[in-house]
Write a new protein. Sequence first.
Length: 131
Amino acid sequence: KDACEDMSWQLHNDDVVYHKKDCTPSVVIRIGYGSYEGQARIGFVNEDLANFSTGRWASTADCHLLEYGDKLCAMADLEDATEKHQLVKKGSIYLYRGFNEDGDLLLDRISKHPAMRVIMFKEHFQHFSLE
């Protein structure tokens, strides 16, 4: 196997990834070794990641690591996690900014000037696809 294809050195437990053409983000549960070398066990963000049987093995070469500044698209109309309950419209594009201390998703809406910070409950993360 070509060393350039092996992306496992970039992935760590709890990293958020998009696998192949999946619209829903996944979380790295564990990195494979031995006969699972070059693979990671991943589970969708809305699954019970503490359950040992959760997830599936995936080639790390087929996983895109979600990084600060990546573009995400809302796949449904949602309300944000603030007291204002701002509407996040389906099709809106946001920049990924990580998670806050409560584990909520931080996004910046890029069509507004200046960019508008949006906080989403972690359970709504499943409704954002990689742009």
